[in-house]
Design a protein around this ligand. Structure first.
Ligand code: NAI
Ligand code: MG
Length: 363
């Protein structure tokens, strides 16, 4: 089998982290039964410098044709002044839109080796393994009207509009239940049906989808504000949390802080299955940005990028055993005491990007 990957390393620490994944792919190509065919292209600030756009049209087409896209990070102070339409983030937004990546998966995992050095209560986070599923292409970030009007009396009025159609809720709920079946078989849906019509419809459609196709999965409903509180109080009560774009944005950042560093957090964004092949378009990226403050120093934590590749193996290529091995290798290297600067603690051995990446590959 051959899988086509497009690597978009981007700016700042993006290429440094991606370099470790490239080494891993080279090793897997030599030793495994599956072959990864990789192409590389520019995205973000470096693409703007090269051709005046955050991503070239030809590279959008490459992303559409690839089996999966691995994305590093984009942006940096160098491009703070560039026009809004071609700012580095525009490259990522363009890909999300064209690839119709409506499902954003953000796992929050607390590796046992890091639990004891956390400033949070150890019993709360030790062994934590939850998944926040955020709807990514609808809701209040995109709904129309979206305006600021001058009311003429020294006052202005800002309007954002939350819009969800049945099919949008149905497809994200479907992903939630499918994912739950591969995990602890439990979905918690969060909305605000007490004050929002979109919350009423969300609740209704999730419930109907569950009843029609996924009644084997345990389903709970929680108001999103109460859910935020429960996420901090006792996060281990959850398995898969599914919510809209806005609540998902906030709750996934809250969950992120349960696990330690930004440098540890992977993510996946999935599209709808192709009606002919059943394959989903997919983009995998670390949650962190381009970290200009540490770029070029060889000290960035590559784990978020490597764990994003593990998600790619799991969700795009059904290489579950390989994904498990990679995640186990990450945990084992942490058990051995290796730490990049962002997760360093007393008595551990501080290493750079390359040493961390190669230690994981060696495991
Ligand atoms: P950031 O995630 O780049 O950095 C925040 C802090 O975390 C920094 O102190 C950084 O050194 C540290 N950090 C992040 N990743 C790390 C890693 N792998 N290893 C060690 N330390 C790490 O967020 P920030 O500073 O708000 O944004 C910097 C630039 O990145 C901006 O231009 C921003 O627009 C862009 N950005 C891009 C994203 C993307 O490409 N998806 C997401 C977030 C921000
Ligand atoms: Mg956010």
């Amino acid at each position: 089998t051959t899988h086509k990957l497009l690597l978009l390393a981007g700016d700042g620490i993006g290429p440094e982290a991606m370099a470790e994944v490239k080494k891993l792919i080279a090793v897997m190509n030599k030793t495994g039964s599956v072959t990864f065919e990789t192409e590389e292209a520019l995205v973000g600030g470096c693409a703007y410098d090269a051709h005046g756009a955050a991503i070239a049209e030809a590279d959008v087409a490459r992303a559409m044709a690839a089996d999966a896209v691995l994305f590093g990070a984009v942006g940096g102070p160098k491009w703070d002044g560039v026009p809004y339409e071609v700012r580095p983030e525009a490259g990522l937004l363009r890909l999300r839109k064209d690839m119709d990546l409506f499902a954003n998966l953000r796992p929050a995992i607390c590796y046992p080796a890091l639990a004891s050095s956390s400033s949070l209560k150890q019993e709360v986070i030790e062994g934590l393994d939850i998944l926040i599923l955020r709807e990514l292409t609808g809701g209040v970030y995109f709904g129309e009207p979206k305006t600021i009007t001058d009311l003429g009396n020294g006052q202005k009025r800002a309007i954002d509009t939350q819009v969800y159609d049945t099919f949008e809720i149905e497809r994200i709920a479907g992903v939630a239940f499918e994912l739950a079946r591969t995990r602890k078989n439990h979905v918690t849906s969060m909305e605000k049906r007490n004050v929002m019509k979109s919350g009423v419809l969300w609740n209704e459609v999730v419930t109907a989808t569950h009843k029609a196709r996924y009644s084997d999965v345990k389903l709970d409903h929680m108001l999103a504000d109460a859910g935020g509180m429960q996420l901090v109080r006792w996060p281990k009560q959850f398995d898969v949390i599914v919510c809209d774009n806005l609540f998902g944005d906030m709750l996934s950042d809250v969950a992120a802080m349960l696990t330690g560093s930004l440098g540890m957090l992977p993510s996946a964004s999935l599209g709808a299955p192709d009606p002919k092949t059943g394959k989903r378009k997919a983009l995998y990226e670390p949650v962190h940005g381009s970290a200009p403050d540490i770029a070029g120093k060889g000290i960035a934590n590559p784990i978020a990028m490597i764990a994003s590749f593990a998600m790619c193996l799991r969700y795009s290529f059904e290489m579950t055993a390989e994904a498990d091995r990679l995640e186990t290798a990450i945990a084992a290297v942490l058990e051995d005491g290796l730490r990049t600067g962002d997760i360093m603690s007393d008595g551990m051995r501080q290493v750079g990007t390359t040493e961390m990446g190669e230690a994981i590959i060696a495991k």
